[in-house]
Design a protein around this ligand. Structure first.
Ligand code: G3H
Ligand code: 13P
Ligand code: ZN
Length: 326
């Protein structure tokens, strides 16, 4: 089947208590690892491309890689989405250039300016059958070139969401409830220690999610910054020459709970980066004589596939849901 927009996926995800995985793609091995897992698990998927990805790999290469995945996986619905669209022009270039969904990220703008920019994108996108994600509230961490210092983030204000959605016409809304981008989402000082000595971060603000959901019944919510930073990969990186002290993510059980509520799209990038980097570092450490990129990218791709499979089955709950999303 051809690329689809996110409409049907979100309707089904909302109704049936799961979320669609939105995984960032930057090269062939990442596209293959994700889509091979989704094909084997019969899962719908959103492949998302950031401004940085377009600058790194080139728009055409990324679209063609995703088109190749569509051809190889004809039985699963795939969305090609712009992640953190920074302005109208980038959204327009992606809409005109084959994307089926875009995010316009006006979250750093004053409310009225965010509404005006988001509505402009929605008007252009909807005429062309493309769905749009907007954002209210800011996450800590780095989103492309926008760096939000820890402590300067702001939770979404539930009292703003109805007006934002009604005046812009967006199809989904990203909200800030305590997640953040990257591999350092919480400091050890913010965490408690459980009986096994594992650091447990403060819980996400489910109270805000519930208030937003009450105000927008049936409306799909998006969570950015939802990597869980698996400690086995942090260990693999650190044991093989890397230095990632105190990397901490969002506990997977909380994401599973969010997916059962109104959260229909969960963004995951850092976990795939960690799987890829840990695997490549380990390979180089164990095989200092090897220099064929295929030899180290092959296990990296295989581990991306396995981590995506785990997310589909155990975190998102969307394994086996491809058919109902068509
Ligand atoms: O939100 C950020 C995503 O992880 C994309 O990261 O801008 O480095 O491609 P990037
Ligand atoms: P992570 O850094 O937690 O993977 O978040 C990715 C993201 O939100 C992409 O938009
Ligand atoms: Zn994001």
């Amino acid at each position: 089947m051809p690329l689809v927009n996110s409409k049907k996926m979100f309707e089904q995800a909302y109704k049936n208590g799961y979320a669609i995985g939105a995984f960032n793609v930057n090269n062939m091995e990442i596209v293959q690892g994700i889509t091979e897992a989704c094909k084997e698990e019969n899962a719908p998927v959103i492949l998302q491309v950031s401004k940085g990805a377009r600058a790194y790999a080139n728009h055409t290469y990324l679209v063609k890689l995703v088109e190749a995945a569509v051809k190889e996986c004809p039985e699963i619905p795939i969305v090609l989405h712009l992640d953190h669209g920074p302005d109208f022009e980038t959204c327009k270039a992606c809409i005109d250039g084959g994307f089926t969904s875009v995010m316009i990220d006006g979250s750093h703008l004053p409310f009225e300016e965010n509404i005006a920019l988001t509505k402009k994108v929605v008007d252009y996108a909807h005429e062309r059958g493309v769905t749009v994600e907007g954002e209210l509230g800011t996450l800590a961490g780095i989103e492309d070139e926008v760096v939000v210092e820890s402590g300067k983030e702001s939770y979404t204000k539930p009292e703003e969401v109805i007006e934002f959605v009604e005046r812009t016409g967006v199809d989904s809304l990203a909200i800030a409830i305590g997640t953040s981008h990257g591999a350092y989402k919480f400091t050890p000082a913010q965490c408690t220690v459980n009986e096994e000595g594992v650091l447990v971060p403060p819980p996400l603000r489910f109270d805000i999610l519930e208030e937003v959901s009450k105000k927008l019944p049936g409306f799909p919510i998006v969570l950015h910054g939802s990597s869980s930073v698996p400690q086995e990969y942090v260990k693999m990186v650190n044991e093989n020459g890397g230095k990632m002290p105190n990397a901490i993510g969002v506990p997977e059980a909380q994401l599973r709970d969010a997916a059962k509520l109104s959260v229909c799209k969960i963004n995951i990038d850092s976990d795939l980066r960690l799987a890829m980097t840990g695997t490549v570092r380990k390979f180089f450490n164990e095989h200092p004589d090897k220099f064929d990129p295929r030899e180290y990218l092959k296990p990296a791709r295989a581990n991306i596939k396995e981590i995506v499979r785990h997310k589909l089955r155990n975190v998102l709950g969307c394994a086996g849901k491809a058919d109902e999303c068509k």
